[in-house]
Design a binder for this molecule. Structure first.
Ligand code: 5GP
Ligand code: ZN
Length: 135
C-alpha cells in the first residue's frame, strides 16, 4: 500500500521515532507547525478512528497520554488534533493524532477560529441532532 505512515512503520522511510508500543508508534512530524509537533499513529493501516479495534484504540490513546506529558512540558499548552476523514482536512489517510505545542505567540487560535461562521440552531434542529447522535 502506498501509505507514507505504513512505510515509516516498516522502516522503508526514516522517521525520528520517539516511543513505540505493541499497536502504536510516536514520531516527530517532518513538517512541524511548532517546535515539538509529534504524531501518534496505529501500526495497522486504518483510515478512521472508528475502523480501529478497541484494543488498538486503547493502545493509541494510552501512548497519546504518555507522550502528552513530554510534549506539554515544552510550552505548557498543547493542541491535540485528529482530522477524521478527507473532508475534515485529513491529508494522510492513516489515522494520526497530532500533538502540537501551543503558545500565546503562535499563529493559531481557538477551535472556532477554524471556521468563518458558527450556527444559530433552532430548538427543533438541536433536538434533531440530539436524537441522531445520542446512544
Ligand atoms: P494531516 O494533514 O493528514 O492531518 O497530517 C499529516 C501530517 O503528516 C502533517 O502534519 C505532515 O507534516 C506529516 N507528514 C507528511 N509526510 C510525512 C513524512 O514523510 N514523515 C513525517 N514524519 N511526517 C510527515
Ligand atoms: Zn498506512
Amino acid at each position: 500500500m502506498d501509505c507514507i505512515f505504513c512505510k515509516i512503520i516498516s522502516k522503508q522511510v526514516p522517521a525520528k521515532i520517539l516511543n513505540e508500543t505493541s499497536h502504536s508508534i510516536c514520531f516527530l512530524d517532518a513538517f512541524p507547525l511548532t517546535n515539538g509537533h509529534v504524531l501518534v499513529i496505529p501500526k495497522n493501516h486504518h483510515k478512521k478512528i472508528q475502523d480501529m479495534s478497541s484494543a488498538e484504540n486503547s493502545d493509541l490513546f494510552s501512548l497519546v497520554h504518555t507522550m502528552m506529558s513530554k510534549v506539554d512540558s515544552l510550552t505548557g499548552s498543547t493542541l491535540l488534533a485528529i482530522h477524521n476523514g478527507e473532508n475534515a482536512g485529513q491529508e494522510v489517510p492513516h489515522v494520526h493524532v497530532h500533538l502540537i505545542p501551543r503558545s500565546k505567540s503562535d499563529s493559531a487560535g481557538p477551535v472556532h477560529s477554524m471556521f468563518n461562521t458558527s450556527l444559530k440552531l433552532s430548538d427543533s434542529e438541536i433536538e434533531k441532532y440530539y436524537n441522531l447522535l445520542k446512544i
